[in-house]
Design a protein. Structure first.
Length: 188
C-alpha cells in the first residue's frame, strides 16, 4: 500500500510540474524593443505581403536611421498598412493611388533580386533637394519620397512588394504611411 500511495503522489507531482512547464512555454511574449515597438524581424507575420520578416525589419531600420538624424520619432511597422500596400503592389503598375488617405512611396527595379534597402537609399537621395526651413523643394527636383519618410507626424509604415511583374519593371515596392505627410510646410 505505501508504494502505490507514494507512486500516485509522485505521478501527480510529475503532472503538476509538467503542466506548469508547458503553460510557461505557451505564454511567450512577442519581442518588444525598449520603446515598446514591435520588432518586425521577429514579430508574427502580417500575412502574405511579399516581404520577408528580415526585409520588413530592414525597411523600418533604414527609414528610422534617417529619421534619427533629425531626432524624429521612429516609425513602427503596421500590418494593416502592409496589407494595403501589398494590394497595390500586386497590380504590378508603377502608379500612385489617387484616392488614398495614407502617404505612399513607390520604388521599381528591373532586377528581381534588388535589395529593398535600395528603395530607401533612393528616397533619401532626395534630401539635398529639400529645404526644411522653407518647406520647399528645389525647382524641377523631387522631394516627396524623402519628405514622406521624414514627415514629423508620421508614425507608422507598412510595405508590400511584387517581384513578378511582367513589364519593363520586374519589381514594384509600395510603402504606405500613417498619418500621411507632404502637406504644406516643413517636414520636421
Amino acid at each position: 500500500m505505501k508504494y502505490s500511495y507514494y507512486s500516485r503522489r509522485l505521478f501527480i507531482l510529475f503532472l503538476t510540474v509538467s503542466f506548469f512547464a508547458v503553460s510557461g512555454l505557451s505564454q511567450t511574449k512577442k519581442p518588444i524593443s525598449k520603446k515598446g515597438i514591435q520588432n518586425p524581424a521577429t514579430a508574427q507575420p502580417c500575412g502574405v505581403n511579399g516581404l520577408t520578416n528580415a526585409e520588413q525589419a530592414e525597411l523600418v531600420k533604414e527609414q528610422n536611421e534617417a529619421r534619427a538624424r533629425q531626432k524624429l520619432t521612429p516609425l513602427t511597422w503596421d500590418c494593416a498598412l502592409a496589407r494595403y500596400a501589398q494590394q497595390w503592389a500586386n497590380r504590378g503598375v508603377f502608379e500612385h493611388r489617387a484616392d488614398s488617405s495614407y502617404g505612399e512611396n513607390m520604388f521599381v527595379a528591373s532586377e528581381p533580386s534588388e535589395p529593398v534597402k535600395t528603395a530607401v537609399k533612393r528616397w533619401m537621395s532626395e534630401e539635398s533637394n529639400w529645404t526644411n526651413k522653407t518647406g520647399m523643394c528645389a525647382p524641377g527636383k523631387f522631394c516627396n519620397h524623402y519628405t514622406q519618410v521624414m514627415w514629423k507626424a508620421t508614425t507608422k509604415v507598412g510595405c508590400g512588394v511584387n517581384r513578378f511583374v511582367n513589364a519593363k519593371w520586374k519589381v514594384v515596392l509600395v510603402c504606405n504611411y500613417d498619418p500621411p505627410g507632404n502637406t504644406p510646410g516643413p517636414a520636421y
